[in-house]
Design a protein around this ligand. Sequence first.
Ligand SMILES: Cc1cc2nc3c(=O)[nH]c(=O)nc-3n(C[C@H](O)[C@H](O)[C@H](O)COP(=O)(O)OP(=O)(O)OC[C@H]3O[C@@H](n4cnc5c(N)ncnc54)[C@H](O)[C@@H]3O)c2cc1C
Length: 491
Amino acid sequence: MKREATAAQTCLQLQSQYPSKVALPNTTEYIYENSEYWNVLNSLSPACIVNPSSADDVSAFVKTFTGAEIPFAVRGGGHMTALDSNNINSTGILISADNLTSLALSDDKQTLSVGPGNRWVDVYQYLSPYGIAVPGGRIGIVGVPGLLLGGGMSYFSGQYGFSSTSVKAYEVVLANGEIVTATANNSFSDLHWALKGGGNSFGIVTRFDLQTHPAPYTYIGMNAYNPLEISQWLDAIYNFATYGQTEYPEAAVIPFSNYIPNLSPVPVPTTIVFYDSKTPLGGVNATALQNFSAPRLTPLTSTYVKRDMYAWSQELDPASSALKGDRQRFHALTAFNSPDTVQTIHNTFMAVAEQMISIVTGVEAALAIMPVSKNWVEQSNAGAGDPMGLDESKAPYIFVEQSLTWGLPVDDATIENFVTVVNQQLNAVLDAKGLKSSFLYLNDADGGQPVFQGYKPENVAKLKAIREKYDPKRIYTDLMPGGWKVADVES
Ligand SMILES: Cc1cc2nc3c(=O)[nH]c(=O)nc-3n(C[C@H](O)[C@H](O)[C@H](O)COP(=O)(O)OP(=O)(O)OC[C@H]3O[C@@H](n4cnc5c(N)ncnc54)[C@H](O)[C@@H]3O)c2cc1C
């Protein structure tokens, strides 16, 4: 109670100081900001919500919270599903990035500077006239900062690695309020490295400078297949991970199987297929995508055409947005690629889903089985590499994202039980076959999953030292508790 009173009092003080930048409970702006969450369970009703419009504002707010010992959270696009990762209850204050929406392209068009209040669709709209791209989210509605701080899986990752590989500079508000710019070559190069997948333990990023890439002829669309052809579809995933993206790094796929009992009693295999062609017509019948295309695997429906990421966002975002604000759960798993891996993961997950959640109201279970090829890992590890430090010799990997959406609180326990049971089975069977990797992709992880424990141990030690150097008082660990904290990993 005392903490709530302190937070509320600080909110009133801040409001008199920054009237247009502080939203108090029950105001229209507060209600809007508190509902900007993919997972409704993260609408936690903080004491107030501050909307900085510059790095200086962020610095001032952080200093105030630190001085008054008020817990706080920071939120970009609000798409992280893990509970409490991006908001805080009424004992604390939320920093929203919604007014940090700068976008600027350098004169030579090599660098795009992006404020953390942007979503990827804003970035793609801005870049659309130029025929260039940055390796960002594969769907427009996702926020820029969370995706980049957790690594970032992009359609361009076969060519350029995780999205964070393309971050040339981060402008960061450190725990003491100092504003610094971290690049790979300046005196903050350790911080630059840590932010390429180390999450939110190091500072609040107020600008990302991204390397752009030419991409005038991208092709993209969604293919849905006959459920009777699931086995061939799973083989296509295996082949793409091992051969397709290795030979053709400009190709990408997101294969996912959708189990929506209201629409179909069986899972429907679906794939987003992407090709960054180097010639105007190169995406037509692209060899890299043949296993996902007729005549090998004939889609029942396909929207694959030449268009840029902005046009793609306009197709995909409205349908995806329909799920925003439902009850959501993600759970991550990583395995080594083999024909058995993909079949085992799919068949185990769906068998348990059909048994345990078919009667959950409004349930949608999507199982994304995502190839991470050797060249993807090599690109990410080039130079200083990133904190994730995936082992090239063990690639290709399969990143699995289990995504659950449901409607009613009464079903929370059933979902919880399902996630526990299905993952016990998946882990046991993959472990027994020597197919399980301990890596967990931060951006798709569930609250409580041991993300940093799956990073390379020497990288975790390095991350911990960097955190200690820039935030000795543990402001971004203890006072800003949401999200995965590298300090929580036991030595
Ligand atoms: C529909 C959907 C599609 C997705 N597609 C992809 C995809 O294609 N590729 C992929 O890699 N991932 C994808 N993800 C996962 C996504 O990358 C993560 O959810 C990511 O965290 C979202 O970024 P955000 O800014 O919206 O996150 P938020 O929820 O706003 O924040 C996530 C974390 O980052 C911290 N944070 C936010 N802003 C800052 C900042 N400025 N400085 C420091 N810390 C900050 C927050 O405190 C929080 O812990 C998807 C998720 C969803 C729900």
